[in-house]
Ligand binder design. Structure first.
Ligand SMILES: *Cc1c(COP(=O)(O)O)cnc(C)c1O
Length: 373
């Protein structure tokens, strides 16, 4: 069987280093807020190209904490609006509503699956404070127009970089990595993400010192000094053992993303079936690092039938995501919204297996199965 994502195989590549890292943490007797975390934060900040990286408990918390810190600093207030793509993983929206801010759901571009930047301006009101972009499936959501509209209305751009670590935007002079494009970014190191821990963890990256300081304090009970509490905080910290694992895996992220890109190129080039819509259309393969292919997502009108066919062929696929946030019971107040592009995407998408440990033979099997469908 071709697994959608073989986590065991991914981590087996680094088993010796991971076991060594775990042994060192166990033997150190120090399990939180120590040297391992500091080291990883430094390495992550260098990798992304930012001044500050703050390790936190998970990706949802990274986004929650950015908004909580902006509220603490006075940049945002309860009831303010945050523009966000309607077709995202629900965590993006949860981070907003958890802070009693209002998500303003905007339709994506059907070709990129990312927020349709041309629709942002018409959704801006006097209460809009931020645009939360999601680099969905690993593809950069960024352009000059986004920057212009944010500057014009004095909005913070916050990146949900849970799916796109290692991706970059070519500014014509240099490559700027995701996580360093906006005012702040939330990262997830959930095991299945491109940079996956062996448990939960996440990080905030930013060049804003005040924001970094505030996020760090709020993530540690709101404390800047032991037993001195400046904020009503949370406990959202990244363990030493996960930091040590992440430091091992960070060294290989570019290699792993490169293999994902190779597989995606093969899919784009060789899958030829009129019933299947490939991402971004023929001849429009995203260049360089503008896409790190966390997921390879196709569309088809007969999604369930295709998934069943692939299952019979021994090919595991998943749906990202079957129900959009505005149709969830958790968001009854949004259930009546009409977001046809978002709904179409959720009804038609199917994610093919893609991972750095897939073999060429497995890639060919997926291509053949889709071409004989
Ligand atoms: C995974 C994910 C999150 C949440 O990260 P966790 O570490 O699972 O909390 C947020 N946004 C997006 C787009 C994600 O894919």
């Amino acid at each position: 069987m071709i697994k959608f994502l073989d986590l065991q195989k991914i981590n087996a590549q680094y088993a010796a280093e991971l076991k060594q890292a775990a042994a060192e943490v166990i033997d150190s007797g120090w399990y939180l807020q120590g040297e391992r975390l500091k080291q990883f934060e430094t390495n992550l900040a260098n990798y992304i190209g930012v001044e500050h990286a703050v390790g936190v408990a998970n990706g949802l918390d990274a986004l929650r904490l950015i908004l909580k810190a902006y509220i603490a600093i006075g940049v945002m207030h309860e009831g303010d609006e945050v523009i966000v793509p309607a077709n995202t993983y629900i965590a993006t929206i949860l981070a907003i509503t958890d802070n009693r801010l209002k998500p303003v759901l905007v339709e994506p571009d059907i070709n990129t699956y990312n927020l349709d930047i041309s629709l942002i301006e018409q959704h801006i009101t006097a209460r809009t404070r931020a645009i939360m972009v999601v680099h969905l499936y690993g593809r950069i959501c960024w352009n000059e127009q986004l920057l212009e509209v944010a500057e014009k209305y004095n909005l913070k751009i916050i990146e949900d970089n849970a799916q796109a670590i290692g991706a970059g935007f070519d500014t014509s002079e240099f490559l700027k990595k995701s996580g360093n494009l906006g005012a702040a970014a939330g990262h997830s190191f959930y095991p299945g993400k491109n940079l996956g821990a062996l448990g939960d963890s996440g990080a905030v990256t930013t060049n804003d010192s005040e924001l970094a300081f505030t996020v760090r304090a709020i993530a540690n009970y709101g404390s800047t000094k032991k037993y001195i509490n400046d904020y009503q905080g949370l406990n959202s910290r990244l363990d030493e053992i996960q930091a040590a694992f992440l430091d091992v895996k960070l060294k290989y992220i570019d290699l792993e993303n490169k293999r994902r890109h190779e597989i995606a190129s093969a899919y784009i080039e060789k899958i030829k079936n009129p019933a299947i819509i490939l991402p971004f259309g023929p001849g429009k393969f995203p260049a360089g690092s503008s896409h790190v292919f966390h997921l390879f997502v196709i569309r088809t009108a007969q999604r369930d039938k295709l998934q069943e066919y692939l299952t019979v062929k021994g090919i595991q696929t998943l749906i990202h995501y079957p129900i959009p946030p505005h149709k969830q019971a958790a968001y009854k107040n949004f259930n009546g919204l009409s977001l046809p592009v978002t709904e179409k995407i959720h009804n038609e998408v199917l994610s093919l297996p893609i991972s750095p440990v897939m073999t060429d033979d497995e890639v060919s099997q997926v291509i053949d199965a889709l071409n004989t469908y």
